[in-house]
Design a protein around this ligand. Structure first.
Ligand code: NCN
Ligand code: DMD
Length: 339
């Protein structure tokens, strides 16, 4: 499907017009949950997840049969400042690795029966260094949002946006500093493994980026344009598109959360069809998730990106729906309920 926007103003309008979950499916799923053969609430968050998912799918007894993971890759002008432990060419090399099935995300998709697509965005043309001005023009960010929007398979029943981009934890930190409170130091982390000097450099680069892009402060889409990258914008476009197609989304780590936060800052509730898959080890992620009001499903110490933490959480969501839609009720099983 072709994206229904050709400017950031159009994209904002799309977010504002998005529909909510199906109230009657939520009611029916809640009613079913109350009758299943378990003490009330005994499946904990699995019960909430099942009812939430049922609402967004408009089906009181859904299953997850066709999850889609898309890894978006982009290169960052700011990488030339030496903010990563790895050189920028690793972005394109990892894209080849994804295409040949050799990365962690390939294995996790196979484990959970997810389809994986890999989309490289203009890798030969890094975004502009945001310490000298906006990373992208409006045309560039809209093109990346459109790529993300069009990457979503309307037949998918669960969506994960992953990313690959050397230097993008610096972009994620700059986005969080522009959208939320705190200074650059509060948001930078070790990314692929920078040392203390690298961490201090990242904080300086983020501070310079904020100073060079004062219009970004507090403005979700300007922040995405000025301090983001193509893969972050594509993730934001895909997350919005999934809502349009009534496909629930699992958010991945720090970079994905920063991209998603640009949507929430633009339109409150824009992330209601999403859950946070995991707590990344990246320093700013705890606070970033708190800022968007999401409790992570898993905390496994991952800090890989490429959609890996969210892909792992596909298993949790599938399990929630298998219990919800497959369990017998007290009446069906002839089990005495608790009255
Ligand atoms: O998802 C995360 O929380 C995460 C945390 C640290 C690193 N990464 C990945 O590492 C790359 C960015 O790290 P860096 O050091 O180059 O900014 C990028 O490809 C991300 O997918 C991802
Ligand atoms: C090897 C490597 C793999 C990655 N996957 C996501 N980000 C990455 C960064 C590096 C450096």
């Amino acid at each position: 499907m072709t994206q229904p926007f050709s400017s950031l103003a159009d994209f904002k309008a799309v977010l504002e017009q998005a529909s909510g979950p199906d109230g009657s499916a939520i009611e029916a799923a809640q009613e079913r949950n109350n009758q299943l053969t378990k003490p009330p609430g005994a499946l904990g968050r699995l019960e909430d997840l099942a009812v939430w998912y049922a609402g967004w799918r408009g089906d009181a007894t859904p299953r997850i049969e066709n999850p889609q993971v898309v890894v978006f890759a982009g290169n960052h002008g700011v990488a030339a400042r030496g903010v990563s432990a790895f050189p920028a060419e690793v972005t394109a090399q990892m894209v080849m690795n994804f295409q040949h099935g050799g990365a962690a995300i390939n294995q996790l998709c196979a484990t959970f029966g997810a389809n994986l697509d890999v989309i490289a965005l203009d890798l030969d043309t890094p975004t502009a260094d945001f310490t000298a001005g906006p990373a992208m023009s409006e045309d560039e960010v809209v093109t990346a949002l459109s790529t993300g929007w069009n990457a979503v398979d309307p037949a998918a029943d669960l969506f994960v946006a992953g990313e690959m981009g050397i230097g993008n934890t610096t972009s994620g930190a700059a986005i969080c500093a522009a959208l939320f409170s705190g200074s650059a130091e509060d948001w930078v982390g070790r990314g692929t493994g920078v040392d203390d000097a690298g961490l201090a450099l990242k904080a300086r680069v983020v501070t310079e980026g904020l100073a060079a892009n004062p219009q970004a402060k507090g403005n979700g889409l300007e922040t995405l344009r000025c301090l983001g990258g193509r893969e972050l914008a594509a993730m934001a476009g895909a997350i919005a598109s999934a809502r349009f197609h009534k496909i629930p989304v699992i958010i991945d780590g720090f970079i994905c959360t920063a991209a998603a936060a640009c949507l929430e800052k633009t339109c409150e509730g824009a992330l209601d069809h999403t859950v946070a898959g995991h707590q990344s080890r990246e320093a700013g992620h705890v606070q970033a998730l708190q800022e968007i009001g999401k409790e992570p499903l898993l905390s496994m110490g991952l800090r890989l990106g490429e959609g890996s933490g969210a892909a792992l959480a596909i298993g949790v969501l599938k399990a929630a729906l298998d219990c919800h839609s497959g369990m017998a009720t007290f009446a069906q099983a002839g089990v005495t309920d608790g009255g």
